[in-house]
Design a protein around this ligand. Sequence first.
Ligand SMILES: Cc1ncc(COP(=O)(O)O)c(C=O)c1O
Length: 390
Amino acid sequence: MKEIYLDNAATTKPLQEVADVVADTMINVYGNPSSLHKKGVEAETIIKSSNEFISKMIGCGQDELIYTSGGTESNNAAIIGISTAYHRTGNRIITSAIEHPSVLETFKYLESLGFEVVSVPVDREGYIQTEALEEAVNPQTILVSIMHVNNELGTVQNLEKIGRLVKVKNSAAFFHVDAVQSFGKLPIHVKKAKIDLLSASAHKFYGPRGIGFLYKAKSTRIVPIFYGGGQQKNNRSGTENVPGIAGMLEACRYVHANSKQLRTHYLECKHYLAHHILHNIPDTFVNGPEADQGAPHILNIGFRNVRAEVLLHALEQKGIYVSSGSACASNKKVHSHALAAIGNKKDDFDNAIRFSFGLETNKEMLDKTAAVLKEQVELLRRYTLGGKRP
Ligand SMILES: Cc1ncc(COP(=O)(O)O)c(C=O)c1O
């Protein structure tokens, strides 16, 4: 059975060139970048090449990048780092209702320490309600953390508008962006959008797992979450993951060189599948922005009277891999906070499937997916609506 992988927002299959570079660096460039001898300099050269390339991609300085273990660490380092460094300036930290758990849980932790957390609501499609944000930013605000692309709905926030709004209300407040779902897919210019900190993760754009970066403007101070040897200008102690950085750099080069073609390809996949589902399967609807808007690689569709988790496993039986918004944790149902935040009715909490496209997705895969979906949804509905067990 041929696999059909439509879960690229969860992670992507690394490029062969990426795997080759990682292996080559592990074997041949094994020096510690902090070592003063030639082996160290060789390793440091890879980090410098990466600084040079990524800084051009997002419009920052070469000395404004910190390498981390990925999106979760970058988000923690930014949010905890700013809150700890500037707690004497103010106590209010702001985020949105649809952030990734690596942001939401970090905010909850800081709330438990006494910070005042404000969660800004979103509209029916997942866009930040800017008036609410404007109202929330006050003189006590030290941080606003808003994601670029929502991982479940694909909503793309207008960063320039948000950055401007934050700085107009309080020029001392820092603006952090979780760009884990957008870096390598959509253009980002940190200076234009007045972004002070930005998180990215390589495994979302054909790089290795366990490596990412945090952009931190030079003028911004964070208290580190790791203490030790003082690497990366004391911002993140620990020997740098040089093979990971080399692999991420290779992935950056690929997505940068092919950015337009990739975007067009994802969009074509999204429109094609959305059209086939919405026209051929009754009682289906898009969650988040309409299929011709939003992030090119994410499509979230609700299937009325179908439990997403059951449909996910039915698709898995046919070699098709997707995500659902809800999950069962220790027998306790966990609903998608994003679907709740956009105002879905309770009945539409548990029927959403996220399809996310990658460079290997093709028309044949989407045709098969659409056909299997039609067949399985009909079967499951017959059972759900009181018919015989399929
Ligand atoms: C929006 C967003 N932020 C953060 C993360 C966490 O990234 P990582 O898996 O690299 O820790 C993810 C991963 O799913 C994500 O989609």
